[in-house]
Design a protein around this ligand. Structure first.
Ligand SMILES: Cc1cc2nc3c(=O)[nH]c(=O)nc-3n(C[C@H](O)[C@H](O)[C@H](O)COP(=O)(O)OP(=O)(O)OC[C@H]3O[C@@H](n4cnc5c(N)ncnc54)[C@H](O)[C@@H]3O)c2cc1C
Ligand code: FES
Length: 273
């Protein structure tokens, strides 16, 4: 029996060098890979370590020189990846998924709402907007974190403040706690409620825990936003990332192919399935 070697298999990961590592919060870190990968905001890749496993991770940068990932340590793969150092290599394949259709939104106001680790994929969108600032009107960022220690991309915030309107909230702030970031106490939904008045020429991106996405979308719909003005991210277990295994299916839609970014009306009836 002859053995057929499949060259250039789309499943085959490639070794990529880590050129930057930063602990971002007590349970997450950011790495930069030496990988000139053509991609768009909203897409993701798969990262793996031999003998441990593979996990889908969103691209949190927008550059033709490198790829950045923010990874939260929750299980085998992500905990093993946290031990990686600058100069080490990991295995990666991608990009996968539909990107945000950014070209459609030119000339609009953009509202970006992120909760916790959901801020990471939105950083790719923010860096896109920084590069194409003149193509868009007002850009407002709303970030909600559990505590000031959980803030992601803290070093970038002063720079984003110069370019965009930025609002941060913390679920909990201990008494007399000194924080490097000015933020309101409460949920991010409160910030959105206080600051977003109407839906005129606005497009909204939401990423975060399911409950935060649901509450935020409901609030915006009550303020008169149309379903096609709201985009959200869906997270499902994934294996192949390319529509073959069916693991990520939501009522006939493959999260890996048709998402993970969806327009609200594409997913609203099935998001809890
Ligand atoms: C399209 C897409 C993009 C993603 N982007 C990112 C990203 O940018 N950064 C990132 O850190 N993760 C991201 N994830 C989630 C990430 O893929 C999973 O957390 C990962 O598979 C965990 O792998 P693991 O082997 O470390 O943990 P597992 O062993 O698979 O999980 C261990 C346990 O952790 C819990 N868990 C798993 N996932 C999560 C989660 N997301 N949040 C809270 N608890 C969880 C579950 O209880 C699970 O039983 C993304 C997922 C998808 C589908
Ligand atoms: S992950 Fe296999 S079909 Fe989506």
């Amino acid at each position: 029996m002859s053995t057929r070697i499949i060259k250039n298999s789309p499943y085959k990961p490639r070794a990529k060098k880590v050129i930057y590592y930063k602990r971002e919060s007590p349970d997450s870190f950011t790495i930069r890979l030496d990988w000139q990968l053509k991609h768009e905001p909203g897409q993701f890749i798969f990262c793996s370590l031999p003998g441990i496993g593979e996990a889908p991770i969103s691209i949190c940068s927008y550059s033709d020189k490198y790829i950045e990932l923010n990874i939260r340590e929750v299980g085998n793969v992500t905990k093993a990846l946290s031990g990686i150092k600058k100069g080490d290599k990991l295995l990666a394949r991608g990009p996968y998924g539909k990107a945000y259709p950014m070209e459609l939104f030119r000339g609009n106001n953009v509202i970006i709402i992120g909760g916790g680790c959901g801020v990471a994929p939105l950083k790719g969108v923010i860096e896109y907007l920084e590069k194409k600032r003149k193509d868009f009107k007002d850009v407002s960022l709303f970030f909600g974190f559990r505590t000031p220690d959980d803030v992601l991309f803290g070093k970038k915030i002063p720079d984003w403040k110069k370019k965009f309107d930025i609002n941060i909230s913390f679920d909990k702030v201990q008494k007399n706690m000194k924080t490097c970031y000015s933020g309101k106490q409460g949920f991010v939904t409160q910030l959105v409620d206080d600051n977003v008045k109407d839906n005129s020429n606005k497009i909204v991106f939401i990423c975060g825990p399911p409950i935060m996405i649901d509450k935020t979308a409901e609030l915006l719909l009550n303020k008169g936003f149309h379903e096609d003005q709201i985009y959200l991210s869906a997270e499902r277990l994934m294996y192949c990332g390319m529509g073959k295994c069916g693991r990520c299916m939501i009522h006939g839609k493959y999260t890996c192919l048709d998402g993970a970014v969806f327009r609200y009306d594409e997913l609203k009836d099935y998001k809890d399935d």
